[in-house]
Structure formats: structure tokens, C-alpha cells
Design a protein around this ligand. Structure first.
Ligand code: PHE
Length: 360
């Protein structure tokens, strides 16, 4: 039956039939479609049921035509609903397929790469600068004895550095402390190699590591920081050897233009003692925030090994002499990287580490 004779049907059904295409089009998933199905063709309370009642109560002579109209309308609805169901099922399938889509030709996700901390890299660079000069790496414990941290370094009994105001002593073992500098490694190595000096033709080593002092945390202080100790023992060693070695090392570290100057200073374990400044690598000596206007930045303490230090280790200071230096790693790193706050090196904020070039 082509043309539907809707005139036979109740007004309610005619209106519903006009609404049907729009309602069908609005169904965006199978649940909505099933609800619509219930309303139009379901077994209870639907338009289809109403139509059947209409048919029952119709006069005999009209039943044939009415029945045909009803069947035609119902099958039009059913066909449209069926077609929409096929559509929606297809859509659902392809959505699920897209969810599980895995392109095996894509490269795998690359996990973020770890890298050495900027302080570790600076210390490693120093080691590489000194290695061609015959220096090897030595290590000492961070928990030290007073003998290594003070006695063997000619630090007097009443020296203020020994006090509990400056030094962390272990509560459970008050004779032990957290080393306040890397110089106790000098004492350990000198004692260990004292009898092998002739055979080894002296000693040269670098000792990078952590040190501890009772300092309040602020932009330039931390209770834990790093030093690199350097020591050379030989015969006839003088300040010129120390100066030449450090000037060379600073050029290797900061570039050919690097300039150094020595100022007299005092450390009980060297004589003479000095502090070394490098010409501020940021302003070239003109004066800036980093060098506080002076054009120079202090980066290490140094001097000729005090005869008492050699004696303490069982080495004859009339035969052997040498130099030692202790470099502040954080202040050097701050200067090189223009980092105004030392705490950035310990907070491990990935953005800072990336900026320092440690991470890619
Ligand atoms: N140990 C000294 C300090 O921590 C530095 C230093 C080392 C000075 C070696 C002279 C010789 O300040």
C-alpha cells in the first residue's frame, strides 16, 4: 500500500506520525531508540496498541480498510526503527574499535631520561681536569673522628670549629662527627700511603664529597654542601706549583680567559695559607651582583701542607712537601650558572635541573 490513508486514523496518531521522523533522528544511542520503540510499537500503552483497539471497535464494513492502514503505518514505523537500529549498532561498534585502536607502527612513548645532578657534573668535570695531571680520586667517610677532622690537621684543641656550635657530633657517639670539610681525606690518604711515597713518587689526589656545618639555611648557606679537596705531595714543592696547577685548572674549567688571584689567609693545616679568587666569569671583572661589585669571586682555600700534618701521618717534612686546596662546589656552581639561591641545587625541581642542562 503506497499512500497511507490517515483520514481513517485518530488525530492523536496522525500527530504522532508527523512527529516520528524528528524523534527518530534525535535518537543518538540504542537506549534512546529502545524507548522510542516502546512508545510507537511496544506491546503495552503504545500507539500500536491504541491502533489495535481502534480496529476492534470499528464497524465491520470499515475494518478492512482500517486494518490495512494500521498495518501499513506500523510497518513503516518498524522499518524506520530497524534501519536506525542498524545505524546505531554500526556506530557503537566503530566507536569501540576506535577506543581499542593501537597503531603498532607508532614509535613507543619515550620515558623521561635521568641525568647527573649539576653539582655531580661539576665535580666530575673537575676530576677530568685533574686526571691528566696524574690525580686519582679518593673518598673518605662523612662520619669522621676528631682525629681525622681536626687533630691530624693541626687544628688546636681549643679551636672554635671543634665546638658544638659549628660541628654536628653524633648524639649516640659523641667522639664521632659529620666531617666539616673534605680535608680529613688528606689525613687518611697520607697515613695510608706514608710508607709508599718513594715508590709512588709522591701523591696526587682529588677528593670530592659532602660536608656538614651547623649553618642556618639561607640563599648562600646550607648545613650540607660539597667540597673538592685536592692534594699533591712531592719533593721541593712550593707556592708556584700550587699557583700554576690551580691557574691551569681554572682555565680548563672556565675557559682560556680565566684569571685567578691569591690572597693570604689562614688555615691551621697549611703554611702559608691563602684563598683563591677567580675573575668573575659573569662580568669579566667589571663588577656585578654575583661578585658583589669586586670583580672577583672566592672559590677555594689552599696552601702548602703544614709540616705538622705530614708529621702526624708519619711523613718526614724535611724530605716531603706539598700543597692542598679545598674548593666550594656550590659557590662555584652558583657562579658558573648565575644561580642566585643555593637551595635550588637541593630542591630538585625538575624545571631547574632542566635549565641547568642536566635533563633533556
Ligand atoms: N678545608 C678548608 C675549608 O673547608 C679549605 C682548605 C683546604 C684550605 C685545603 C686549605 C687547604 O675551608
Amino acid at each position: 500500500m503506497d499512500a497511507l490513508d490517515l483520514s481513517l486514523l485518530p488525530q492523536e496518531i496522525v500527530v504522532a506520525n508527523e512527529r516520528f521522523p524528528a524523534e527518530l533522528a534525535a535518537c543518538s544511542d540504542l537506549d534512546a531508540l529502545n524507548r522510542l520503540k516502546g512508545v510507537y510499537t511496544g506491546r503495552e500503552g503504545s500507539f500500536a496498541v491504541k491502533l489495535m483497539e481502534k480496529l476492534k471497535s470499528a464497524p465491520k464494513e470499515r475494518k478492512r480498510d482500517l486494518g490495512a492502514a494500521i498495518n501499513s503505518l506500523k510497518s513503516t514505523w518498524e522499518e524506520a526503527l530497524k534501519a536506525k537500529q542498524v545505524d546505531l549498532e554500526g556506530m557503537k561498534k566503530s566507536l569501540e574499535a576506535a577506543k581499542n585502536l593501537w597503531d603498532t607502527t607508532l614509535p613507543p612513548p619515550v620515558p623521561p631520561m635521568g641525568a647527573l645532578h649539576p653539582l655531580d657534573r661539576l665535580m666530575a668535570r673537575l676530576v677530568e681536569v685533574f686526571r691528566p695531571l696524574g690525580y686519582h680520586v679518593e673518598e673518605g667517610p662523612e662520619v669522621e673522628t676528631e682525629e681525622h677532622n681536626f687533630d691530624g690537621l693541626n687544628i688546636p684543641e681549643d679551636h672554635s670549629a671543634r665546638g658544638t656550635a659549628d660541628t654536628f657530633y653524633l648524639a649516640a657517639h659523641p667522639q664521632l662527627l659529620l666531617r666539616t670539610h673534605t680535608s680529613p681525606v688528606q689525613v687518611r690518604v697520607l697515613k695510608r700511603l706514608a710508607t709508599e711515597l718513594e715508590k709512588r713518587n709522591g701523591i696526587r689526589f682529588l677528593a670530592p664529597g659532602r660536608v656538614y656545618r651547623k649553618d642556618e639555611i639561607d640563599p648562600t648557606h646550607s648545613p650540607m654542601f660539597h667540597q673538592v679537596e685536592g692534594m699533591l705531595v712531592g719533593k721541593g714543592i712550593g707556592m708556584h706549583h700550587l699557583k700554576g696547577t690551580l691557574a691551569y685548572a681554572m682555565k680548563a674549567l672556565f675557559g682560556e680567559g680565566a684569571d685567578v688571584r691569591f690572597r693570604p689567609s689562614y688555615f691551621p693545616f697549611v703554611e702559608p695559607g691563602s684563598e683563591m679568587d677567580v675573575r668573575c666569569p659573569l662580568c669579566g671583572g667589571a663588577g656585578c651582583r654575583v661578585c658583589k661589585g669586586s670583580g672577583w669571586v672566592e672559590i677555594l682555600g689552599a696552601g702548602l701542607i703544614h709540616p705538622n700534618v705530614l708529621r702526624f701521618a708519619g711523613i718526614d717534612p724535611d724530605i716531603w712537601s706539598g700543597f692542598a686546596f679545598g674548593m666550594g662546589v656550590e659557590r662555584t656552581a652558583m657562579m658558573v650558572s648565575q644561580t642566585p639561591d643555593l637551595r635550588l641545587f637541593f630542591e630538585n625541581d625538575q624545571r631547574f635541573l632542566k635549565l641547568m642542562g642536566g635533563l633533556d
